[in-house]
Design a protein around this ligand. Structure first.
Ligand code: ADP
Length: 585
C-alpha cells in the first residue's frame, strides 16, 4: 500500500492555489478496460512486437534471397503485419503518448505554489469557478464505493512548517473529486456517512481551491454529527470563542453564574462588577410581562375591501376559538394567544402570537400559521398568500412593532443599589449616575432617533449570553431593545435602576441549545432543556437572567463613564502588553 501523501506547509503569506494539473483519472486510461493486469499486457505486446519484427525481417531476407516479389504475401505474413501494427499502436499509446503528456504537463510537487505564479492561477481559478457551477445539478456526482476512513491527522499550524494534514489515499481521491467539481461538497456527509471525515475532506478541498490555509480553524474536538441537518451545513471546522463567567448574579433570591462568550476585553469584568453591586444590595427582581413568539404572513386580495373583510374576521373574538383550535394542532406547546392585523391597501399583514413552551418558537409559530392559512383558503378562496413572513413579525430587524407590542419574552428587571455600594464598588455617585442616564440613555438616544436603544450597551451582554447558550445571535437585534431607567431613592441616598426589555427571544430546547458547549452553559444556569415541572419555565428563567445580566452591565458601564474610567479600563483590558510572540511559542 502506498504511504499517505503528506501536504507540505509553506508560510501562509505565500500560499497560492497550485496550477491545476490534469489528473490521471480526469484523462482516463485505456488500461482500465484491459482484461489482464497492465504488466502482463505490456509483456504480451512487447513479446509480440519483437517476435513479429523478427519474423517479418526474416521473411524479407528470405524473399530477397529467393528473388520473390515483396508484395506476394502468405497468410502468416498477413497475420504478422497485422500483429506488428497492433502491437506498435499499443506500445505507442501506453508509452509514447504518456511520455509526451508527461512533458507537456509538468506537475508541481506541491499543493501550494509561490507568488510568482499568480497570473496562471487566476486563469485557473476562473476555470475552476466555471466548472463549479453545474456541479450537483447537471453532473453525475456519484462516488466510487468508499473504504472505511483511516484517521485524518491535523496539526494546528501551517506557518511552522509542520505537516498540515495526512490524507489517507482513499480520501485523497475524494478530495480531488471535490476540487474537480465531480463530487458536490454538500453531499459528502450523506455519501460517506461520517460527518467528521466529510468535514476534513471538504476542508482540504477548500484549501486547495482557494489557496488559503485554514490552519487556525480547528477541526478536531467537535461533534459534527450533532449539527447535521439542524445547525450548520458544509462545516470545515469551528470558531473558538472564550467563555467568561460573571457572577454570582442574584435574581429573585437565586444565584447564577452567567456564561458570556465574547472576545471583547472588559465586558465580562465589567458585568461581574455590576453583579457584585447588585448582590451587595440584596439582589435584583425580574418580572415576566409577556411570553409569546410572533409570525406575520402577508396575504393579498383583489380589493382593499376584501383585505378588510379578513381583518374583521380574524379580529372578531367570536372566531378566536376556531382559529386557535386550527393553530394549536401544530404542536403540544404552541398555543395561540392573539392576532393583530395591519392593512396596506389590498395587502393584509397578520401578526400571530403564541406561547412556545421552552422553545424560542419560530418553527412552532410558523407551523401554526401555515395551518390557519390553509384553513382560511376555504372561506377566502381569493386570498393570495404572498409569504409566510411579511416582516410585520418582525424577526432580526429593528422594528417598532416589537418595541411596542413585545416579541418572545417581555421582561422588566430592577434593583435598588445602596449608596455605599455605588461609591465603593462602582466608584461613582448616585447623582452622577442619574444625571448621566437622563442625558445619555434617554435624551441622547432620543436625539439619535433610537428605536429601542435607550440603554448603554444591552446588546453586549445579550450577544455574549446568546452565543454561550446556543441562542440565535441574529435575534440580538430586537432582543437588545432596552430602556434603562435610573432614579435616586430613599432621600437621594440609594439608586433605583431598571431595565425594560420587551423582546427577549430565547429558548432552552431546539436550535443550537442542544450542542455540547451551549448545553453545558445552560446546565450551569440550571435551565438546560425542557422544564419537567412547567413547560416554558426554563426559557422564561433564561430571559430573566439575560435581563438581570443586562442590568448588571448597564450599572457597571454607566458607572465607568460617570467616573471617567472607561478609556482607562479599556486600555487595561483591551490593550494587552503581553508579549504575543512569547505567548504563542
Ligand atoms: P423553535 O420553534 O424554537 O425553532 P424547534 O422547533 O427547533 O424550536 O424545537 C422545538 C421542539 O422541541 C418541538 O418539536 C417541541 O415539540 C419540542 N419540545 C420538547 N419539549 C419542549 C418544551 N418544553 N417546550 C417547547 N418545545 C418542546
Amino acid at each position: 500500500m502506498e504511504a499517505p501523501r503528506l501536504y507540505s506547509t509553506k508560510p501562509v503569506q505565500s500560499l497560492k492555489p497550485t496550477k491545476k494539473i490534469p489528473l490521471e483519472e480526469d484523462l482516463g486510461k485505456a488500461s482500465d478496460a484491459l482484461p489482464l493486469p497492465l504488466y502482463l499486457t505490456n509483456a504480451l505486446f512487447f513479446t509480440l512486437f519483437f517476435s513479429v519484427v523478427y519474423f517479418l525481417l526474416s521473411r524479407w531476407r528470405e524473399k530477397i534471397r529467393t528473388s520473390t516479389t515483396l508484395h506476394v504475401v502468405t497468410f502468416s505474413d498477413i497475420i504478422a503485419i497485422f500483429s506488428f501494427f497492433a502491437s506498435f499502436i499499443y506500445l505507442l499509446g501506453f508509452f509514447g503518448i504518456d511520455f509526451v503528456q508527461s512533458l507537456v504537463f509538468q506537475p508541481s510537487p506541491d499543493v501550494w505554489i509561490a507568488e510568482d505564479e499568480e497570473e496562471d492561477n487566476e486563469v485557473l481559478l476562473a476555470k475552476e469557478d466555471a466548472r463549479k457551477v453545474p456541479c450537483g445539478q447537471a453532473l453525475d456526482c456519484s462516488l466510487p464505493p468508499l473504504p472505511p476512513a483511516a484517521p485524518i491527522v491535523t496539526t494546528q499550524k501551517v506557518c511552522d512548517e509542520k505537516p498540515l494534514m495526512v490524507i489517507p489515499e482513499e480520501d485523497e481521491e475524494i478530495v480531488k473529486s471535490v476540487v474537480a467539481g465531480t463530487t458536490p461538497s454538500y453531499s459528502l456527509e450523506s455519501k460517506l456517512g461520517d460527518c467528521k471525515r466529510a468535514a476534513a475532506i471538504r476542508r482540504e478541498a477548500l484549501q486547495r481551491l482557494t489557496g488559503k490555509s485554514l490552519s487556525g480553524l480547528p477541526l478536531d474536538g467537535f461533534d459534527y454529527e450533532s449539527i447535521l441537518g439542524q445547525c450548520c451545513e458544509m462545516p470545515v471546522g469551528y470558531v473558538q470563542i472564550p467563555v467568561g463567567i460573571a457572577g454570582p448574579l442574584l435574581v429573585n433570591g437565586r444565584e447564577y453564574s452567567v456564561p458570556m462568550a465574547t472576545t471583547e476585553g472588559c465586558l465580562v469584568a465589567s458585568t461581574n462588577r455590576g453583579c457584585k453591586a447588585i448582590h451587595l444590595s440584596g439582589g435584583a427582581t425580574s418580572v415576566l410581562l409577556k411570553d409569546g413568539m410572533t409570525r406575520a404572513p402577508c396575504v393579498r386580495f383583489g380589493t382593499a375591501k376584501r383585505a378588510a373583510d379578513l381583518k374583521l374576521y380574524l379580529e372578531d373574538p367570536d372566531n378566536f376559538e376556531t382559529l386557535s383550535v386550527v393553530f394549536n394542532r401544530s404542536s403540544r406547546f404552541g398555543r395561540l394567544q392573539g392576532i393583530k392585523c395591519a392593512i396596506a391597501g389590498k395587502n393584509l399583514y397578520i401578526r400571530f402570537t403564541c406561547s412556545t413552551g421552552d422553545a424560542m418558537g419560530m418553527n412552532m409559530v410558523s407551523k401554526g400559521v401555515q395551518n390557519v392559512l390553509d384553513f382560511l383558503q376555504t372561506d377566502f378562496p381569493d386570498m393570495d398568500v404572498i409569504g409566510i413572513s411579511g416582516n410585520y413579525c418582525s424577526d432580526k430587524k429593528p422594528a417598532a412593532v416589537n418595541w411596542i407590542e413585545g416579541r418572545g419574552k417581555s421582561v422588566v428587571c430592577e434593583a435598588t443599589i445602596k449608596g455605599d455600594v455605588v461609591r465603593k464598588v462602582l466608584k461613582t455617585s448616585v447623582e452622577s449616575l442619574v444625571e448621566l442616564n437622563m442625558l445619555k440613555n434617554l435624551t441622547g438616544s432620543a436625539m439619535a432617533g433610537a428605536l429601542g436603544g435607550f440603554n448603554a450597551h444591552a446588546s453586549n451582554i445579550v450577544a455574549a449570553i446568546y452565543i454561550a447558550t446556543g441562542q440565535d445571535p441574529a435575534q440580538n437585534v430586537e432582543s437588545s431593545h432596552c430602556i434603562t431607567m435610573m432614579e435616586a431613592v430613599n432621600d437621594g441616598k440609594d439608586l433605583h435602576v431598571s431595565v425594560t426589555m420587551p423582546s427577549i427571544e430565547v429558548g432552552t430546547v431546539g436550535g443550537g441549545t442542544q450542542l455540547a458547549s451551549q448545553s453545558a452553559c445552560l446546565n450551569l444556569l440550571g435551565v438546560k432543556g425542557a422544564s419537567k415541572e412547567t413547560p416554558g419555565a426554563n426559557s422564561r428563567m433564561l430571559a430573566a437572567i439575560v435581563a438581570s445580566a443586562v442590568l448588571a452591565g448597564e450599572l457597571s458601564l454607566m458607572s465607568a463613564i460617570a467616573a471617567g474610567q472607561l478609556v482607562k479600563s479599556h486600555m487595561k483590558y483591551n490593550r494587552s502588553t503581553k508579549d504575543v510572540s512569547k505567548a504563542s511559542s
